[in-house]
Ligand binder design. Structure first.
Ligand code: FAD
Length: 408
């Protein structure tokens, strides 16, 4: 007898989505996280339409969270000083928002509990092995106990201890992006908008200021990593960015940092990553599956999606057929998210060159319609590779209303 049908390691968005999906499908689910919630996660806290749609389908209403901040428009500045104002359509509904991860992830953990999953906080997994006869997985925990399950969803983040333990970690891998975040309070009125600054020395990366309620904002920047090349001091780059007049002007004279900077890598190569281990008994999700978008570094929607897909694959395959679970999971990722990642890679290369980014800006900013289309695409209202994957088209696909009402 195993302890649970499905164990989930990591209770971020990927792990919570897996736990909610599996518990609602009738599996017994045990979730382990080494952190105690609410916990911070170094992140821009930006929710795309894709992420909002997934939260809605899981049954989470993020609009009730204390620091929920809907976003109506994005202002995008390019190095020559031009600024595009990308208004999202349908002001009565929310297509983008920010909410601190401390609040979002806690709410997701609460939803996993309500769905019937047993969530154990403050418990780290230290080792993973196949149970005797290959029928299940045993997780060793830092307090000397263990948990046995038919399947494990490894949603244990960028450094995925489970990936390492199974010998599936890529040698010297540091992620596709490196990003830094700092919260500010007392920001000026211009920082009530959602800002993205493309700078010559960051391209295709960018700096951001994402609004939060009560004069707060989440600021930071992300850099694409070139394998083998160090990023240099992120802190020094940050000080330099903050001193640029166009950024300082948006922040305003009273902006004050709330806490020290934090930096963290972002893994974005789902199309070239092992998604399963131990013959399909372990399925990787979220950052552990390197699932973030390789053009923007956004990974919450992708974490929710892979968590759900991995859980569904385990449910559909049943306890005895882990090979099928792995094959189903790989196949659904290959026919969807891996293609989105490929398209993002193409655009990222365009943005990396000066000519490419100028041409992109000209096209995106040409008319009201192009600005709307681009804003919806940027905020993942439809999949990046949506136009070339007809098997994902559904009736009303491009006109589905945004998930949550905007409120006052
Ligand atoms: C600076 C920065 C800005 C970003 N901005 C955005 C943004 O604005 N929008 C967006 O969509 N994405 C953004 N991302 C990406 C996003 O944060 C990640 O893609 C997302 O958090 C991945 O979720 P996850 O559930 O896979 O992993 P995580 O959220 O990292 O969760 C992993 C969990 O695993 C637990 N864990 C780890 N090891 C163990 C262990 N041994 N035992 C038990 N538990 C363990 C951890 O405690 C953690 O809770 C940003 C990332 C960075 C670094």
């Amino acid at each position: 007898m195993l302890d649970v049908d499905l164990a989930v390691v990591g209770a971020g968005p990927a792990g919570a989505a897996a736990a909610i999906t599996a518990a609602r499908a009738g599996l017994s689910v045990g979730v382990l996280d080494r952190a105690v919630f609410p916990r911070d996660k170094c992140c821009g806290d930006g929710l795309t339409t894709g992420a909002l749609r997934r939260l809605e389908s899981l049954g989470l209403d993020p609009t009730v969270l204390p620091s929920w901040q809907p976003v109506r428009r994005a202002r995008v500045r390019v190095p020559d000083g031009r600024v595009a104002c990308l208004e999202l359509p349908d002001p009565d509904r929310v297509r983008a928002a920010t909410v601190p991860r401390r609040e979002l992830d806690s709410a997701l953990v609460g939803l996993a509990r309500a769905a019937g999953a047993e969530v154990d906080e403050g418990r780290a997994v230290t080792a993973v092995t196949a149970c005797g006869g290959g029928c299940g997985v045993e997780l060793a925990l830092d307090d000397g106990s263990s948990l046995r399950a038919w399947y494990v969803v490894a949603a244990d983040g960028m450094w995925s201890p489970l990936r390492k333990a199974l010998g599936l970690a890529e040698r010297g891998y540091l992620g596709e992006w490196h990003a830094l975040r700092q919260y500010y309070r007392g920001v000026g009125p211009a920082a009530r908008d959602f800002w993205v600054w493309f700078e010559d020395d960051l391209r295709p990366g960018y700096a951001w200021s994402f609004p939060l309620p009560d004069g707060r904002a989440n600021l930071g920047f992300g850099l694409r990593r070139t394998p083998g090349e160090p990023t240099g001091s992120m802190k020094r780059r940050w000080e330099d960015l903050l001193s640029r007049p166009h950024i300082a002007e948006v922040l305003g004279p009273d902006a004050t940092p709330e806490e020290p900077v934090r930096a963290w890598p972002i893994p974005a190569r789902i199309g070239a990553t092992r998604l399963a281990g131990l013959g399909g008994r372990v399925l990787f999700a979220g950052d552990a599956a390197r699932a973030a978008d390789c053009m923007t570094g956004e990974g919450i929607a992708q974490a929710l999606e892979t968590g759900e897909l991995a859980a569904r694959a385990a449910v559909a395959a049943g306890a005895e057929d882990p090979g099928r679970a792995a094959a189903d999971y790989r196949s659904v990722v290959r026919r969807g998210m891996a293609l989105d990642d490929h398209v993002s890679g193409v655009f990222s290369r365009v943005l990396a060159s000066e000519r490419g980014s100028r041409a992109w800006f000209g096209i995106a900013n040409a008319t009201l319609t192009s600005r709307r289309v681009f804003a919806r695409w940027m905020f993942e209202d439809y999949p990046r590779a949506g136009l070339v994957t007809p098997w994902r088209w559904r009736r009303g696909w491009l006109s589905t209303p945004a998930p949550f009402p905007a409120g006052d």
